[in-house]
Write a protein that binds this ligand. Structure first.
Ligand code: NI
Length: 165
């Protein structure tokens, strides 16, 4: 079935072996000057998971969808992801996301689909929703997976740009 939890589980299961194939020396290298390394992108995805975990659970008990924001670059910088253990980062990323798929599945249908007139998805969503247009938690869950896929594509971009000869 085409649910955000199914899409999330698929994304994690297909990406994990490919992430595990990337050696630390490669993963810590900036993709280009000033850009996040692969370890930093995975770190950013862990930050995204931890922030959205809070949002997905809290939103079940509110009528609005106004979420706390976070400074993404500052979070990545503060946590020195390049110096974190690469194996542990990948394990945390995959298990946190499998838990988020479980959280999505556990969320009651009414909380997922009831319209939220008050929200800030023009600020916090990857695919923004205008402030004057109602949205749903279901949309926000799908948006979370689209954001994750976007960053996974950045991580694996190198492979497609420079195929093995
Ligand atoms: Ni991002």
């Amino acid at each position: 079935m085409d649910t955000p939890e199914a899409a999330l589980r698929d994304a994690v299961r297909s990406a994990l072996p490919r992430l595990e194939a990337i050696p630390d020396v490669e993963a810590r290298r900036p993709r280009s000057p000033g850009k996040w390394s692969r370890k930093e992108i995975v770190g950013h995805l862990i930050d995204s998971a931890s922030n959205n975990h809070q949002r997905f659970v809290r939103a079940q008990r509110t009528n609005d969808l106004v979420c706390a924001t976070y400074d993404q670059d500052a979070w990545v910088e503060a946590q020195k992801y390049v110096d974190a253990d690469w194996h542990d980062l990948r394990a945390l990323w995959s298990h946190f996301n499998l838990h988020l798929a479980h959280v999505m599945e556990a969320c009651p249908p009414d909380a997922r689909t009831r319209p939220r007139a008050r929200h800030n998805l023009h600020e916090v969503a990857f695919r923004a929703v205008p402030a004057d247009q109602p949205t749903t938690l279901e949309y926000f869950m799908r948006d979370y997976v689209v954001h994750l896929d976007h960053h996974l594509a950045q991580i694996f971009d190198h492979e497609t740009m420079h195929p093995v000869r």
